[in-house]
Ligand binder design. Structure first.
Ligand SMILES: Nc1ncnc2c1ncn2[C@@H]1O[C@H](COP(=O)(O)OP(=O)(O)OP(=O)(O)O)[C@@H](O)[C@H]1O
Ligand code: SF4
Ligand SMILES: [Mg+2]
Length: 368
């Protein structure tokens, strides 16, 4: 039986002053998704699309304007710090820069034990759990006596994973945890996160701008554009046969290690982000992606598309709604031609995950 760990409903966040007089454009705009126990949900989008804001709202680091966040059956939307602390050990985070979460003057052992100290765990038990968690992230036990500067970037990121795991959380928010690392270190860390999830029944909200990284780890994907959900569904559908023009553009933008193929992808990306003169003048009333969409029609400029179901996926695009007046997206064959470079890039052989450590990991299908 599935158990819902996190349920986010119609989440809207506006930065600026609190209350209904805040007219700032929403950084997060009516976003809904849920995470089941043991599941990884990927949140993907360009810079500024609201990914971190969603993570911060879940962690209680950013006030929510509208909507609700239910964690382990408890509504924490407007919970105070004290109320949240009751769930603190159950909800943890890993950020892009491990240096910012590790005190350079404290040993790794002291930094790792800190969340336990707050939870009043005895010194002996804390020491045992530090040893155990270092083992789980495959770092030697003597790491506990060393300082952050004595580790490489990848090792430091392992330490911040250990710090998140030491309280045995049920959900970890991973905000771009590998984007600052080189490709092969990324592969090792992603493999390790996947292993830890399987071993401990953990759930992740995995935030990244690279959809191939998200596709590797997540069972379901949420694609954001300007704070709103454009497409969401099983990773195997969204990253293999994307419906929304923006998702296709994201896949075309995903880096690959071969220059010739990268050039082909760049071409595909340009084709997908030309936009039309009419769409460039799009108002807020229309589709948020209209100004960059090569398939924008009149209805896209005047009416905002709602999320609607196509197969297992939900997509916010008039091109998939025959009653909208949109002539429809190109036929499957034509679409395949437009995105042939993208589809080629989805072959596991062609992904950044081509690094040895990653190719030995199970595929998404096997992780389900
Ligand atoms: N503290 C803040 N005050 C005002 N606006 C903010 C603040 N933090 C973020 N924003 C704005 O909210 C929007 C979403 O930002 P957010 O950091 O959530 O994006 P992101 O998807 O995480 O981007 P990135 O991939 O660059 O990390 C952006 O327009 C950003 O400028
Ligand atoms: S609604 Fe229109 S503009 Fe928006 S993504 Fe679909 S086709 Fe493009
Ligand atoms: Mg961010």
């Amino acid at each position: 039986m599935t158990q819902t760990i996190l349920e986010v409903t119609d989440l809207t966040v506006r930065y600026g002053k609190a209350g209904k007089h805040n007219t700032a454009p929403p950084a997060v705009d009516h976003v809904s998704f849920r995470i089941e126990r043991g599941e990884t949900v990927g949140l993907v989008g360009e810079s500024g699309s609201g990914k971190t804001t969603i993570g911060k709202a879940i962690l209680g680091l950013q006030a929510v304007t509208e909507g609700s966040i239910v964690f382990n059956g408890v509504d924490v939307t407007h919970a105070s710090r004290k109320e949240r602390r009751a769930h603190g050990g159950d909800l943890r985070a890993i950020f892009q820069d491990p240096f910012s979460s590790l005190d350079p003057r404290r040993t790794i052992g002291a930094s790792l034990a800190e969340p336990l100290r707050i939870g009043r765990v005895s010194a002996t038990e804390a020491e045992r759990r530090v040893d155990d968690v270092l083992q789980r992230v495959r770092l030697p036990a003597e790491s506990a006596q060393r300082y952050p500067r004595q580790f490489s970037g990848g090792q430091r990121q392992r330490i911040s994973i250990a710090r998140a795991l030491i309280t045995n959380p049920s959900l970890v928010i991973c905000d771009e945890p590998v984007s600052a690392l080189d490709l092969s270190t990324q592969a090792h860390i992603l493999n390790q996160l996947a292993d830890l999830r399987r071993d401990s029944d953990l759930s992740y909200l995995f935030i990244a701008h690279d959809i191939s990284v998200v596709g590797f780890l997540a069972q379901r994907v949420v694609v954001l554009y300007r704070g709103a959900v454009m497409e969401t569904g099983p990773s195997s559908d969204v990253t293999v046969a994307p419906l929304h023009p923006f998702t296709r553009a994201l896949i075309a933008a995903s880096p690959v290690p071969r220059p010739a193929e990268q050039a082909q992808r760049r071409k595909g990306r340009a084709e997908l982000t030309v936009g039309t003169a009419a769409a460039v003048s799009a108002t807020n009333a229309g589709c948020p992606f209209a100004a960059r969409c090569p398939f924008a029609a009149d209805v896209c400029v005047t009416t905002r598309p709602a999320l609607s179901r196509v197969g297992q996926t939900e997509v916010a695009c008039h091109g998939w709604d025959p009653s909208s007046g949109h002539p429809g997206l190109p036929s499957t064959q034509a679409r395949t031609a437009v995105v042939s470079t993208i589809v080629a890039a989805l072959d596991p052989e062609e992904r950044p995950s081509v690094e040895p450590a990653l190719t030995t990991a199970p595929t998404n299908g096997a992780q389900k």
